[in-house]
Every structure is written in structure tokens, then in C-alpha cells.
Ligand binder design. Structure first.
Ligand code: C2E
Ligand code: MG
Ligand code: MG
Length: 641
């Protein structure tokens, strides 16, 4: 690192600013400054390499106790500029280094630490990252003696300047004790060794996980930081692999915590066996593990190890939990030329792991810039949804559902929208999956239910009007709080809506893993009178089983099949057999996404009961719904166009 001239320090004492730049040749001011700092008189001081741009930071009365705390603490403390000059040193550091504070402040860190420029560079590098780090070094005291210290490094950002904060704990006494032990008689030595072992075990507890014996998060972070620093000087890359077990909660719930602990120990053993001795395997807590590969030659290599971990855990059966299979979601992140911090790398690996989890687990994903952007976009979508919920900007559109026997209006599907602040309307594709993941789908679903029932109530009041149904999409997560049935009853009863006019659509994929208590809630909903159906029918893979097991009354044939009708004979056959299947099970069939007349004709030919799609109408704003209700002939839709 290139050295520049020492920074200028401006000092204001008793409210009066001394503008003398403090440099090598101006030690008189350094002494004055010291007096002012010590007496607690300094109101402000700030550092800059360029005196003309030096800024003055005012120390408020509230901040004064904190400065006095640093002044008087037992450890040495210093702040260092990004180019290695000591900007501040407390009394204790001066004492440890057997120097005056005047000589320390403004001097280069190189002169204070043994190992010179290389160690200084490492300290500054660690200080520029976000994670704290500690290790042992020797101070070069003014009297020529080396003083062993434990140095703590952290970053301080001050209005755009990045400073390194150092603390120094004196290790002289401990080192002296070590030397005495080395000279003691055999039995005395043994006793002291036992004592030392006890101390070592305490240290180990602070850096290792008690259950598995693996490194803990603090030690892992420390090692990642060291590796990143070393990687700056070599061609090698640093990789972090995040491992999260799939369904570990189920193991704990069904086999007890002792079995769960055994699984964790077993996984720890498998992971350790899969990597090299130089790699660090850590348990971060719960069923989360992370592995540091400090020295790999390519990104592909890191991903390969991630894949091996997935395959190994999948292949092995945990013998202690009744042969239950263990699998994991694995995320891989690799640092480019040692850039970034331990926290960033770990976060990226965690993000990639999360992606693996959302794709069903039992797989590995690598972090890349696209994934980073995706995470940012999802975070933004979550915030937008949160504020829309808080500010009442959730709206509904209503898409007509047409009965195919005589083309009359049967009802509407309620489709949620966010009314953005700029007047734009945000479609569900931008926020439903984020809402599902974050749990916001629960309050969102409640709001949709409320708005839909209110709307359905207004249709009911149209004098002599038709009996119209409202279809509401339901997420499987809305069953989690356990009060969905009473919530539904409350909204329907309050709005005076006929329960049989309210239809709930559950996506086929959402119901594949339904728990017994959810099936029970579905049963109670059905008993209350509302109808239940499967949305996007044909896109899941357990259709028949679910059709038989669930109290459903209709299926909505997915748009992707309807689209091919009239031009793809295979789709014709598939849709025809879906309609037949529904009919034979006593279920109503609805074709969705009908855009063309041939699609409509095929559906009618196959005996499909109802249809919805742009051919009839787009989802309509509430104000346009009454025009749709009053429409007598839906053939107008295409005849007029
Ligand atoms: P879905 O329930 O299958 O809704 C049908 C989607 O297809 C709607 O998109 C609708 O606008 C669109 N669509 C209808 N006819 C046509 C057509 O002829 N052509 C084409 N290309 N598209 C058509 P939308 O409103 O964007 O909703 C998308 C999905 O978001 C819905 O699919 C549903 O899964 C989900 N969703 C919407 N509202 C809610 C809600 O309140 N709660 C939950 N949990 N999910 C919702
Ligand atoms: Mg739907
Ligand atoms: Mg659908």
C-alpha cells in the first residue's frame, strides 16, 4: 500500500478551533491536543489527509461519556486511517507500547506492530471488511521490548471515511505463565497442564459447537476473513457452501430431539469426511451448516463439492430414525479474487441455499449476480406489498365465468391487484410467490376475502338479478393459523352472502402436501356450504389421488392445455379426457384462458361446463362489473369484434 503524508488533525479546544495542521513537524500542537483530549475539553476533532478538506465533528454532551469510556478502558484502543496512520490512541495503548500518546498519534501503524508493513496491511484489510476479527501479534514498544497482545480489528464508517478500530489486550502475563510451566518439575507441570487443558477447553467452547464439535459461526467468520485476505495474493478462490437439512423439523417432531441430535452429529461427520482437512466445517445453529473451502482453483470445483454433498446425504440413510431419508438444500458462493467480506460471502451462499430450498430441496444452487438481483427484486416486492396492505391499496379485478350450455354469466373470479402509488396496477405474478414465502399471503388472503364478499353482496342486491358466484383463490398457507373456517364464515355471514355462491380455488400444486388438519378444515368449509375446486388442473402430478381425497366440487383446466385446443390434437385429447374425468367424478369442469372461438367450440364439444378468458372479458374493475351483469348475450364479445 502506498504511503502518503500523515493526515492533518484539527482540534477545537474549549470551543475554539485551532487550525494548525498536525504533521511531523508540528509536535507542539500534538502536545496541546493531548492536554485537551485528556482533560475532556475537546469539543471536536477530525482527521483528513488534506487540511483544506478537514472536517470538524462536534462531540455532543451525550457522546462525551463514551469518549471517556474509551479513554479509560483496560484495553489499548486506537483508530487508524485507511492509509495506516494512527489517528487516535488511548492511554492504555501508550502504556502498553511504552510510548507517549503524542508520539503515537499521527505516526504510522507499521512502527507499532511487529511484522511491519505486511501485518499493517492485513490489519487494514480486515478493518475495511464488515466482520470483526481477533488474533495475536507483538507490539514493538518504545523501549525496544516486544509485547504480545491479542488484537481486535473492526471497521468504523464515519461520514464516508472508513477507519480501522483496533483494541489491544495484553498477553504478557499469560505468556510468562507459559514459560514458567515449561520450567516446572514433572508433577507440578502435570497439574498446570491440566489447568491449561481446562482453559483450552473453555476457549474451545467459545469457538466450537457443543453438539457436533464443529467450528461455530464466530470461528468460521474469522477463518473466512483470513482466507479472503490470503486469496488476494494468490490465484486461488475462497468458497463457502451453505447446507440446510430438508424436513429436519419433521425428524425432531416425529422421532424426538435425541434422534434429531443424532442426525445432526451424523451429518457433521458426513460433511467432515467429504472435505479436506484444511477446510472448515461449521454448524451455524439448528440444522444449518457451512463449509469454508479456503483454497480452490475454480468455481466449478466448488459447485461440484456442493453437488457431492447433496448426493452423499441423499444416498445415505440415517439408521437412527427408522431409515428416514435425510436430504439437504445446498448453496455455493465463491469470492472473486478475495473481494468482499465473510458476511457477504456467507449471505450469498445462504441466498443460493434458499433458492435450492424453494426449488424443492435436495439440490445445490450457486450464487450469481442474477440471483443477487432476484433477491433484491423480491425484497422490494415484499416491501411494496407490506405498504400496500398497511395503506389499503389492495384491489380486486373480476373476470366473468360463462356457463357454456347457453352462454350466460355464472359468476366472477376475484383476482388480486396492488394499486401502486404511481397509479400503476401491479399483477399477482409480481408478488404472490413473495407473499407465500414471507407469510404475507395470510393477511393478503384475509383482505381479498373481505373485499370479494363485499362485492358479492352488492351483486346479490341487484333486484331480480341472476344468482352470481364469486371464486376466490386460496393459498395453502392461509390454513396455517387454523382460523380460516371461522374467518370465512364471519365474512360471508356479515355480508349476507349465500355460502353456496362462494367458491374457493386451490392450486393443485399447493394441495399436494396437505396435512390432515388442513383436510379437516376443507371438510368443515364444505359443510358450511362453500364450494371448493382445483385451480390450474393438470399442472400438478397427483391429480387423481387428490380428486378422490378432497371435498372438491369443480376443476379449472389450466390455460396451458386450453391454449392448444383446435390446433394441437394432443391437447384436444388431454382436455377431452380431463372433462370426462371430472364428469365421471361428479365435478364441474371450467376451461380457463379461452382466447379464441375454436378453443371455445372444442370445450363445448367436449362437454365442459364453464369457461373464462379474454374471449369473453379481461378481469374487470368493480365499476365495470354491472355492465357485465347486464349483458344479455355473450356472443357479442366476438361477433362485434
Ligand atoms: P389463476 O387463479 O389461474 O387466475 C387466472 C389468471 O389467468 C389471471 O391472471 C387472469 O388474468 C389470467 N387470464 C384469464 N383469462 C386469460 C386469457 O384468456 N389469456 C391469458 N393469457 N390469461 C388469462 P392474474 O390475475 O395475473 O392472476 C395470476 C394468478 O395469481 C392466479 O392464477 C392465481 O394463482 C394468483 N392469484 C390471483 N389472485 C389471487 C388471490 O387473491 N390469492 C391468491 N392466493 N392467489 C391469487
Ligand atoms: Mg384461480
Ligand atoms: Mg388457474
Amino acid at each position: 500500500m502506498k504511503k502518503s503524508t500523515p493526515p492533518a488533525v484539527q482540534v477545537a479546544s474549549n470551543g475554539v478551533r485551532h487550525s494548525n495542521p498536525w504533521a511531523h513537524d508540528n509536535l507542539v500542537n500534538a502536545a496541546q491536543t493531548m492536554d485537551a483530549i485528556t482533560a475532556g475539553e475537546v469539543d471536536a476533532f477530525v482527521v483528513s489527509k488534506d487540511p483544506s478538506s478537514a472536517r470538524v465533528l462536534t462531540l455532543s454532551d451525550a457522546d462525551r461519556p463514551y469518549r471517556m469510556f474509551v479513554e479509560n478502558m483496560r484495553e489499548g484502543a486506537a483508530t487508524v486511517s485507511s492509509d495506516g496512520f494512527i489517528l487516535y490512541a488511548n492511554w492504555r495503548l501508550a502504556e502498553l507500547a511504552s510510548r507517549t500518546r503524542e508520539s503515537l498519534i499521527g505516526s504510522s501503524l507499521t512502527g507499532l506492530v511487529a511484522g511491519g508493513a505486511a501485518v499493517e496491511e492485513q490489519l487494514l484489510w480486515l478493518g475495511s471488511g464488515s466482520g470483526g476479527s481477533t488474533f495475536e501479534i507483538d507490539l514493538v514498544a518504545g523501549n525496544g521490548v516486544s509485547v504480545p497482545v491479542l488484537i481486535g480489528v473492526s471497521k468504523l464508517e464515519l461520514d464516508g471515511d472508513v477507519l480501522t478500530c483496533l483494541t489491544f489486550t495484553d498477553l504478557s502475563a499469560q505468556k510468562a505463565q507459559d514459560r514458567i510451566i515449561a520450567r516446572l518439575s514433572h508433577s507440578q507441570g502435570e497439574q498446570l497442564v491440566e489447568l491449561q487443558d481446562a482453559q483450552a477447553s473453555l476457549t474451545r467452547q467459545a469457538t466450537h459447537d457443543g453438539l457436533t464439535g464443529l467450528a461455530n459461526r464466530a470461528l468460521l467468520i474469522d477463518r473466512i476473513n483470513q482466507s479472503l485476505w490470503q486469496a488476494q495474493r494468490s490465484e486461488h478462490l475462497t468458497a463457502v457452501i451453505y447446507v440446510d437439512l430438508d424436513c429436519f423439523k419433521e425428524v425432531n417432531d416425529s422421532h424426538g430431539h435425541a434422534a434429531g441430535d443424532q442426525v445432526l452429529r451424523w451429518v457433521a461427520g458426513r460433511l467432515t469426511a467429504l472435505v479436506r482437512p484444511m477446510d472448515t466445517v461449521a454448524r451455524l445453529g439448528g440444522d444449518e451448516f457451512a463449509i469454508l473451502l479456503p483454497d480452490i482453483d475454480s468455481r466449478v470445483h466448488a459447485v461440484d463439492i456442493g453437488l457431492r454433498i447433496v448426493a452423499e446425504l441423499r444416498r445415505s440413510r440415517e439408521p437412527l430414525v427408522g431409515g428416514e431419508r435425510i436430504s439437504a438444500s445446498v448453496g455455493v458462493a465463491v469470492s472473486v479474487s478475495g473481494g468482499g467480506s465473510a458476511e457477504t460471502l456467507l449471505h450469498e451462499a445462504d441466498t443460493a441455499m434458499y433458492k435450492a430450498k424453494t426449488h424443492g430441496g435436495d439440490r445445490a444452487e450457486a450464487f450469481d449476480a442474477d440471483l443477487g438481483r432476484e433477491v433484491e427484486a423480491r425484497t422490494a416486492a415484499r416491501h411494496a406489498l407490506q405498504s400496500a396492505l398497511a395503506e389499503g391499496r389492495i384491489g380486486l379485478r373480476f373476470q366473468p365465468i360463462i356457463d357454456l350450455t347457453d352462454l350466460h354469466l355464472a359468476g366472477f373470479e376475484a383476482l388480486v391487484r396492488i394499486e401502486a402509488l404511481d397509479g400503476e396496477v401491479v399483477l399477482p405474478s409480481a408478488f404472490i410467490s413473495v407473499a407465500e414465502d414471507s407469510g404475507l399471503i395470510i393477511p393478503l388472503g384475509t383482505e381479498v376475502l373481505r373485499l370479494a364478499c363485499r362485492q358479492a353482496s352488492s351483486w346479490r342486491s341487484v333486484e331480480g338479478g341472476p344468482r352470481l358466484t364469486v371464486a376466490i383463490n386460496l393459498s395453502a398457507r392461509q390454513f396455517e393459523p387454523g382460523d380460516l373456517v371461522s374467518l370465512v364464515q364471519h365474512e360471508i355471514d356479515d355480508n349476507g352472502v349465500d355460502p353456496t355462491c362462494v367458491h374457493f380455488e386451490l392450486t393443485e400444486t399447493a394441495i399436494i402436501n396437505l396435512r390432515p388438519d388442513v383436510i379437516e378444515q376443507l371438510g368443515r368449509l364444505r359443510e358450511y356450504g362453500v364450494e371448493l375446486g382445483l385451480d390450474d388442473f393438470g399442472t400438478g402430478y397427483a391429480s387423481l389421488t387428490h380428486l378422490r381425497r378432497l371435498p372438491v366440487t369443480f376443476v379449472k383446466i389450466d390455460r396451458s392445455f386450453v391454449q392448444g385446443l383446435g390446433c394441437n390434437r394432443e391437447d384436444d385429447r388431454i382436455v377431452a379426457s380431463m372433462v370426462d374425468l371430472a364428469f365421471s367424478l361428479g365435478l364441474r369442469s371450467i376451461g380457463e384462458g379461452v382466447e379464441t372461438i375454436p378453443q371455445l367450440e372444442r370445450l363445448r364439444e367436449f362437454g365442459c361446463d364453464q369457461a373464462q378468458g379474454y374471449l369473453f372479458a379481461q378481469p374487470l374493475a368493480a365499476r365495470d362489473v354491472s355492465a357485465a351483469i347486464n349483458r344479455t348475450d355473450w356472443r357479442d364479445c366476438w361477433n362485434s369484434g
